[in-house]
Design a protein around this ligand. Structure first.
Ligand code: GDP
Length: 478
C-alpha cells in the first residue's frame, strides 16, 4: 500500500485510465489516489468518449453548481414557479431513501440520467450521510445547499405527493402538449412506484421533462438499466459504454470515494488483518428474513458453496491443532454480516482444526451492528468501510438480492459467487453460482412497452439486457 508519495503526480493508473479528473487536491481525498494500491486496477478501461463526457460534465457542474451566479438565477426560477429561459442550467436533485447500497446505486442512476440530459446532479445530504464521500467533481460541490428553498417540503415528498410527475400524468394535469410547464417536478423512482411514475422511462414523457429546469427525484433503485431501452439515449449510451457490463464499475469508481475519515477505518483494518494473507476471500452475508432463512441453514449453504467451488479448504474435525502450522498457503476470510454467528462458527472451525490441504485460514469480521440503522451516521460509515473492504478482496461470495453486495462487486470489478436465496427453509440447489455479469440487478424494472402501450418482458428486447441471476423478475446489463 501507499505506492505514491504525496508530492508525486498521480499516475494514469491511479486516475483509473483517465476516469478521474487530475485536478483535485490529494489531501482532501486520500482514497481517490490510494485506492489503486488496495483494489486491483481495472482490466477494463473506460471509453475515451466516457472520459471526455465526464470532463465536460465537470465543467457544467462548476458553472451551474451551488453558489454560482447561474445557480442563484435558477433558484429564482424555481421559486417563481415559471420557466425563465434566461437561466441555462438544469438540475436533478436526488433525495435519500433506504440503505447505503440502494442509495449508491440510485445515485449512480441519477448521475447517468444527468449526464444524458445535460443536467447537474445535486445530492440532498442528510446528517446520516455526512462524512461518507469525498466531493466527486473538481472545484464544485454536489451537496444541495441547506438554504435550498423547498428543503422542508422535500421530507414530505412520497409516492402520493400530488405534484409528482406520475400523479400529474395520471390526473391529466400535465401531458405532452402542456404549454405552460412548471419550473420544478418531482419524480418518484423508488421500489414501490406505480405505473404512472414508470412513464419516466418512455421517450414521449421524457420530452416533457426536457424543458423543466428542476427535477427532484426520490430514488432508491438501480434504474439505470432501463435507460438503455429508450431510443432517445440509445446512441449516446452505445458511445459511452461499448462494454455494457462495466457501467456501474466505471461510474461507481468515478463517483464514490470514501472520505478521509472512512478511508482511515478501511486502510487501518486492511493493514492490520488482511494485508499479509496470500489470498483474501470476502463473504457478504445478508439475510432478509430470519424465519425462512435460519442461521444454521445459511451456514450450511456457505460452507457447501466454498467447498464445492474450492474457495476454502475443509477441516479435519477429528483432529485438533496442536501448534500453529505455517506451511500451506495463507488465506484471510473477511466476513460481513449484521450478526456475529457466521464469523464465530467459521473462526472456531479454522482455529481449532487443521485443514485437509495444509492451508492456513484466518477469519475476520469488522463489525456486527445487529440491525440496519440507516439514519445513523456512524453505522453508515461502518457499512461503507465494509463495502470497500469487500471490494478489495481477491474472491467474493455475496448474498442474493443485496445491493450492499452489488456495490462491493462493482467497485472491486469481481464477479462474485452468489449464494442463492433460501426460501421456506430450503437450501437451493445449486447452493451458489458465479455471476455472469458484473452489473448490479435492477429489482423493480418497468414492464411496459411505451409504443405498443402494453406489458412486455423488458429482458427480451435487447441482447445485453437480461434477467438477473439472483432475482428472476429483475433485469441487468450483460
Ligand atoms: P441491501 O438491503 O442488502 O440491499 O443493502 P443496503 O445497503 O441498501 O441496506 C442494508 C443496510 O443494512 C446497510 O446499508 C447497512 O446499514 C446495514 N448492513 C447490512 N449488512 C451489513 C453488513 O454486513 N455490515 C454492516 N456494517 N452493515 C450492514
Amino acid at each position: 500500500a501507499g505506492l505514491m508519495h504525496d508530492s508525486s503526480q498521480p499516475t494514469s493508473d491511479a486516475l483509473l485510465g483517465g476516469l478521474l479528473a487530475p485536478d483535485i487536491r490529494r489531501k482532501s481525498c486520500l482514497s481517490r489516489y490510494q485506492s489503486i494500491s488496495y483494489r486491483k486496477s481495472s482490466l477494463h478501461k473506460p471509453s475515451p468518449y466516457l472520459v471526455s463526457k465526464l470532463r465536460e460534465y465537470e465543467k457544467l457542474h462548476k458553472r451551474c453548481g451551488p453558489y454560482t451566479k447561474s445557480y442563484k438565477k435558477s433558484i429564482k426560477e424555481l421559486v417563481s414557479g415559471q420557466i425563465d429561459s434566461s437561466s441555462n442550467c438544469r438540475y436533478v436533485v436526488w433525495l435519500a431513501n433506504c440503505g447505503l447500497g440502494n442509495r449508491i446505486l440510485s445515485m449512480t442512476s441519477a448521475f447517468l440520467y444527468a449526464l444524458l440530459t445535460d443536467r447537474v446532479l445535486l445530492i440532498n445530504e442528510e446528517s446520516d450521510m455526512s462524512n461518507m464521500f469525498c466531493e466527486p467533481f473538481p472545484d464544485a460541490s454536489w451537496i444541495l445547499p441547506e438554504d435550498f428553498p423547498f428543503m422542508n417540503q422535500l421530507y414530505s415528498f412520497g409516492r402520493d405527493y400530488a405534484q409528482s410527475f406520475g400523479n400529474m400524468l395520471e390526473n391529466r394535469i400535465i401531458n405532452t402538449s402542456t404549454e405552460l410547464l412548471p419550473s420544478c417536478l418531482y419524480l418518484y423512482l423508488s421500489h414501490d412506484y406505480d405505473h404512472h411514475d414508470k412513464l419516466f422511462f418512455c421517450d414521449q414523457e421524457q420530452a416533457i421533462l426536457r424543458n423543466i429546469p428542476w427535477l427532484i427525484m426520490k430514488a432508491n433503485i438501480y434504474f439505470l438499466p432501463s435507460l438503455f431501452l429508450m431510443s432517445s439515449f440509445e446512441e449516446e449510451l452505445s458511445k459511452l459504454f461499448p462494454d455494457k457490463e462495466m457501467v456501474f464499475h466505471h461510474l461507481g469508481r468515478y463517483l464514490f470515494h470514501p472520505s478521509n475519515q472512512v478511508w482511515k477505518l478501511i486502510t487501518s483494518y486492511y493493514k492490520k488483518y488482511l494485508a499479509k494473507a496470500e489470498e483474501r476471500i470476502g463473504i457478504q452475508i445478508r439475510i432478509f428474513d430470519n424465519k425462512t432463512s435460519p442461521v444454521e441453514h445459511v451456514m450450511d449453504q456457505i460452507l457447501t458453496c466454498t467447498d464445492k467451488e474450492k474457495l476454502l479448504p475443509r477441516v479435519d474435525m477429528g483432529k485438533s491443532i496442536v501448534a500453529p502450522s505455517g506451511k500451506g498457503k495463507s488465506k484471510a476470510v473477511l466476513i460481513t454480516s449484521l450478526v456475529p454467528y457466521y464469523y464465530e462458527k467459521m473462526m472456531n472451525m479454522y482455529s481449532k482444526h487443521p485443514t485437509l490441504n495444509g492451508e492456513v485460514v484466518a477469519v475476520y469480521q469488522p463489525s456486527h451492528e445487529e440491525e440496519q440503522q440507516s439514519e445513523n451516521n456512524v453505522h453508515n460509515q461502518k457499512a461503507w468501510a465494509e463495502i470497500n473492504l469487500l471490494s478489495m478482496m481477491d474472491v467474493l461470495v455475496t448474498s442474493a438480492w443485496s445491493t450492499f453486495g452489488y456495490v462491493a462487486q462493482g467497485l472491486g470489478g469481481k464477479k462474485p459467487w452468489i449464494l442463492y436465496k433460501i426460501e421456506n427453509k430450503t437450501i437451493p440447489d445449486p447452493v451458489c453460482g458465479r455471476a455472469k455479469s458484473l452489473e448490479p440487478c435492477f429489482h423493480a424494472p418497468p414492464v411496459y412497452d411505451c409504443k405498443a402501450k402494453r406489458e412486455v418482458d423488458t429482458a427480451t428486447i435487447i441482447p445485453y439486457l437480461r434477467h438477473c441471476e439472483d432475482i428472476y423478475w429483475g433485469i441487468k446489463l450483460f
